[in-house]
Design a protein around this ligand. Structure first.
Ligand code: AMP
Ligand code: MG
Length: 599
């Protein structure tokens, strides 16, 4: 059985971002920009008034107060959308509305409230003159031309998601056609002799094909265009006929027919017409899954064969089809919005698979809580309808108890939503492992690298991983006595530092440990964990081994006492400066620039 991650990695390797297309502005909503947008205009295009008031020369207001106003002659008025014909000369003012261009000669706007206009009106005095009751600096209540966007500047970057606010920004630039990455067409085919379309009457032994509709709706939700191929009967011929209609799709999704029953012909047809891998994935619901590339006439179409049970097909869609669609759309992140929540239910997970349990997530006392909803059978679609999240119970966790901390994928959260600022911040904190054979000098490299990064003012956290275990509690100390008495987690704290000693039921991954460490760090350096998939710096010593422990694709750098024939950057183990430069280059700088790249 392969893991969800392994299966996803294989699936995603068959997809790439699609070609670009031009779209009328409004229709580009939800797509990804395929070009940088540089402005060819200033926004706003001209200096204009930020208030309703009087355009004046600031110098003429010097010394003006409520009790001793300066009087100016009113020579005209201008509304938004028009240009004043008159000029503002010393001693004069023009009545102006918000958004109207600043008249020639003026350099400030005095709002009505700071003039005697209202008093004049009430006492019937003529409005040919105005009393100014405050002194203005040049530029007061004015919006400068180009103050939001200046001509020639980079406004939106290629690969930005087009949300309503981007639509607005593009409209403010006069962009009415946008170049975006095309949406994928996803063909959907249900298989099964028992299936009937919702528009048909039911007869004995038949059920409605709900998958056709739930899957098509998921395609739409994640930005694809569904192409409904209807229902194929459980015969090789019927299926072959239907598959022809998938010719022009970017992805074909079938439901059903991939398990081991007598009529599960999908796999036979796929094997006959394509390169298909059938997997049993370590997940529940959704064990059987097929993926491959199907030849349809001259063309090839990636095919994802989902299980037929209605909940299984939806859950496997979320884990595999959704990321593929997002990748084709040009999205950079496929992570499902996920929160940490406290479980309010007991969930059993006995057969070593990753369970996705249907839960309702709500907030209580400032934290998320997750409660199981309805029966969890893979055919019970109503419990899916009651759920707003999928609680993830890892493969090696046999049960979740009430009060346990769990991860929950949020089904309805906007993909752009920042689930939990701390959690996303943590996910973005880069983690680098320093690995090497025992005695290669990992701690030496760690020590120097930490000191060098601290010298550069970064907040650094470190993790020491030891597969043989460790012991920090001194027998007889209070914390030791707590642990001896059976406490599952002991924290020793003082006003300056704290230590956590917790009994764990599995080897915590660096990112899980990172969550324990908390937010606010620029980098986490791990000593050890050579089997993780994180980027690594391998410490190599000639006298210990002739070959490296890690594959080059996992390596960020090698700290080595002999030159190696590799493309990977190499440093002497003592060269902390070089290693820190590299870490800075790879992790710190792009983050710095990203912050300003939003526009
Ligand atoms: P299968 O994977 O084909 O063995 O189907 C497993 C279960 O899912 C069976 O009970 C099917 O009747 C049911 N099923 C298969 N396809 C659909 C569908 N399109 N809509 C609703 N239920 C389905
Ligand atoms: Mg079937």
């Amino acid at each position: 059985m392969i893991t969800v991650e392994e299966a996803l990695k294989k699936v995603l390797s068959h997809f790439d971002v699609l070609e670009t297309e031009e779209k009328p502005l409004l229709e580009s909503l939800g797509q990804i920009l395929a070009e940088d947008i540089n402005s060819t205009v200033d926004v706003p295009p001209f200096d204009n008034s930020a208030m309703d008031g009087f355009a004046v020369q600031a110098a003429c207001t010097e010394g003006a107060t409520r009790s001793s106003p300066k009087f100016l002659r009113v020579v005209g008025q201008v509304a938004a959308g028009y240009v004043a014909e008159e000029k503002v000369a010393p001693g004069t003012a023009i009545r102006i509305m918000t958004g109207a261009p600043i008249p020639a000669g003026a350099d400030a706007v005095i709002r009505f409230e700071d003039t005697d206009e209202e008093d004049r009106r009430q006492s019937g005095q003529p409005l040919t003159e105005i009393g100014i009751r405050c002194q203005a600096e040049a530029g007061l209540n004015m919006r400068q031309a180009g103050g939001d966007i200046s001509n020639g500047s980079l406004v939106l970057r290629k690969s930005a998601l087009i949300r309503p606010q981007e639509i607005g920004v593009l409209a403010s630039l006069g962009w009415n056609v946008v170049r975006v990455f095309r949406r994928p067409v996803v063909a959907i085919l249900a298989t099964g002799d028992e299936l009937v379309d919702v528009a048909e009457p039911l007869s004995p032994g038949k059920i409605y094909s709900s998958n056709t509709y739930s899957l098509a709706a998921q395609v739409i939700r994640y930005g694809g265009i569904p192409k409904l191929l209807g229902i194929a009967r459980d015969s090789v011929h019927a299926l072959e006929e239907k598959l022809k209609e998938a010719r022009d799709a970017d992805l074909l999704i079938t439901s059903g027919g991939v398990s081991v029953g007598d009529y599960d012909v999908v796999k036979d047809v796929l094997v006959k017409h394509g390169e298909v891998t059938l997997w049993t994935v370590r997940m529940k619901p959704g064990k059987p899954l097929a993926f491959g590339v199907l030849s349809v006439g001259e063309k090839t179409v990636p095919h994802l064969g989902l299980p037929g049970n209605p909940v299984s097909s939806m859950v496997t869609f979320e884990q595999f089809a959704r990321p593929a669609i997002l990748k084709m759309l040009g999205r950079e992140s496929y992570d499902k919005p996920t929160v940490r929540a406290r479980s309010e239910s007991h969930v059993r997970n006995t057969d070593g698979r990753r369970t996705y349990a249907r839960v309702a997530v709500s907030t209580r006392d400032g934290e998320y809580v997750a409660r199981l909803v309805g029966p969890q059978g893979s055919g019970v679609l109503t419990s899916m309808a009651l759920a707003n999240g999928l609680m993830i119970v890892p493969e090696d966790v046999p049960s979740v108890g009430v009060g346990d901390d769990v991860s929950v994928q949020m089904l309805d959260w906007n993909e752009e939503a920042q689930p939990d600022k701390d959690a996303t911040e943590l996910e973005k904190t880069p983690i680098v492992c320093v690995v090497g054979k025992s005695g290669a000098g990992k701690t030496y490299v760690m020590e120097r690298l930490v000191a060098e990064l601290k010298r550069r003012d970064y907040r650094v956290a470190t993790i020491k991983h030891d597969v043989h275990g460790f012991d920090v509690d001194k027998p007889g100390k209070d914390s030791w006595r707590h642990a001896q008495a059976g406490s599952d987690a002991v924290v020793i704290s003082s006003p300056w530092k704290l230590a956590l000693i917790k009994q764990v039921d599995h080897d915590f991954s660096p990112s899980e440990i990172s969550h324990l460490i908390g937010p606010g760090f620029d980098i986490v350096l791990v000593e050890g964990f050579k089997r993780s998939e994180l980027p690594k710096i391998e410490v190599h010593r000639k006298e210990l081994a002739s070959e490296l422990l890690c594959g080059v694709e996992e390596l960020l750098a090698v700290a080595t006492d002999e030159p190696l024939e590799l493309e990977t950057p190499q440093y002497l183990p003592a060269d902390a400066k070089g290693l820190a430069d590299l870490i800075e280059e790879v992790y710190m700088k792009p983050r710095g620039t990203k912050a300003v790249s939003a526009y």
